[in-house]
Write a protein that binds this ligand. Structure first.
Ligand SMILES: [Zn+2]
Length: 426
């Protein structure tokens, strides 16, 4: 049994006045999605829970069956995993920006003139040694990068150094204990609260100190670096500071195959989604021409999915472009791109047993951001209880047989349809 799970990032929407109060999905010509809806079982899905607008990272954790409230502390670890860094539970990871500070230490460009080639700077930063921990710095796309600290007694409960605005100094990183600490394996729950609080505070203080030391050393190395001297000679802003944000601790995720008996693979362009899938134990491949926007090569992604389905139980095919169009408030672009996605589905009808089409969250063009509106979902394949839904759209699916499910229910439902599930009880 083989299953294809298509996640159309940010596909669903609210009624749009310029589309005669229909949604982009409702107005788009989608013969394949409609066929799946007609022959499958449909419903609505709240990726996390009703009323909570999901991020792409938390939504994908949920769609892979994990409870994001138990495993998610910040975006850093998923970016780092997406960048291909080998991570272990307990590592602490951050998102990083190459930035420009002036002689008085004020941030004048948070993106260092959108610098592209940071490879020599990455190499220079690898020389930094921090006492008692291992540090990995990896550049990603453009001015971005990730920082990972490996060692014992580290904490994700620290503040950002990124002031999130220009004209300000980088902030000193300080302990920032959160109201609710995500429960982690290996962190004893200490009755009485106070001892645990002191432990957390000490770990946060130690981590903050190491990060401030990293920031200082990085600045010393970068400001003297040949590449930055050259940039200054050319009148370009030097990439002389690393701003840190999005601290998170790498969670212990029980691999999907162990939990659900499904050997999975992921086809995605977005590093964040790749990172979530990698940490969940999925095979993650890079596809030439996949770009994470509406210019992506959908046929190449479909072809890669078909190839992976030869030796995997399921493939998560993530398509990003609609989210971008939603953030841009561009309803027409959403309609057109939904129609293009629909076209690639036909080739799977004969080659896989189950097809799921859904979204990770809504990105309404009127909101230009993620919203908590539930997303439509269809499951097509042998044994599904076909319902009365005739077309795939936000409102049509509301009368479907799946009712309204949570994101983390989706894969267990699919695994059960594929007869991979195990009985609970005798
Ligand atoms: Zn988005």
């Amino acid at each position: 049994m083989r299953a294809l799970v298509v996640i159309c990032d940010g596909m669903s929407d609210r009624p749009v006045p310029e589309l005669a109060n229909k949604t982009p999905l409702e107005i788009a010509h989608t013969p394949n999605m409609d066929w799946l809806a007609k022959h499958g079982i449909c419903g609505q899905m709240d990726a996390i829970e009703p009323g909570v607008p999901p991020g792409s990272d938390t939504a994908h954790l949920a769609l892979l069956g994990y409870n994001p409230y138990e495993v998610y502390t910040g975006r850093g670890p998923f970016e780092a995993a997406g960048a291909g860094i080998e991570l272990e539970a307990g590592d602490v990871a951050f998102r990083a920006n190459f930035a420009t500070v002036d002689n008085s230490g004020v941030v004048v460009d948070r993106r260092a003139g959108r610098i592209q080639d940071t490879a020599p700077l990455e190499k220079a930063l690898q020389q930094i040694k921090l006492k008692g921990v291992r540090m990995i710095f990896r550049r990603t796309v453009g001015h971005r990068g990730v920082l990972v600290l490996k060692g014992s007694g580290l904490s994700h409960e620290v503040s950002d150094s990124d002031p999130h605005a220009e004209g300000k100094r980088p902030l000193e990183i300080v302990p920032a204990l959160r109201e609710q600490e995500t429960a982690l394996p290996g962190y004893p729950v200490i009755a009485g609260g106070m001892r645990k609080y002191v432990l957390r505070r000490n770990r946060a203080a130690k981590t903050a100190k190491l990060l401030n030391e990293f920031s200082k050393k990085a600045h010393e190395i970068l400001k003297k670096h040949e590449l930055n001297m050259e940039r200054e000679r050319k009148g370009l802003p030097p990439a002389n500071y690393i701003l840190l944000r999005g601290a998170g601790v790498v969670p212990h995720l029980v691999p999907l195959e162990k939990r659900l008996g499904l050997k999975g693979a992921c086809v995605a362009a977005a590093a964040l989604v790749k990172g979530v899938c990698r940490l969940a134990g999925l095979t993650v491949v890079d596809v030439a021409g996949a770009t994470g926007n509406i210019h992506t090569d959908l046929n190449a992604k479909a072809k890669a999915s078909l190839k992976l389905l030869e030796d995997h139980d399921f493939v998560l095919l993530h398509i990003k472009g609609l989210d971008e169009a939603g953030h841009d408030g561009n309803a027409r672009a959403k309609v057109e791109f939904i129609e293009r996605i629909d076209q690639i589905l036909a080739q799977f009808l004969d080659s896989v047993d189950y097809i799921v089409v859904t979204a990770d969250h809504s990105t309404p063009v009127s909101v230009r951001n993620h919203s908590a509106d539930p997303v439509p979902v269809v499951i097509y394949g042998p044994g599904v209880r076909r319902d009365g839904v005739e077309r795939f759209g936000e409102r049509e699916v509301a009368g479907g047989g799946l009712g309204r499910i949570l994101g983390r229910h989706l894969l267990p439902i699919l695994a059960d349809l594929m007869n991979k599930s195990h009985k609970f009880g005798a």
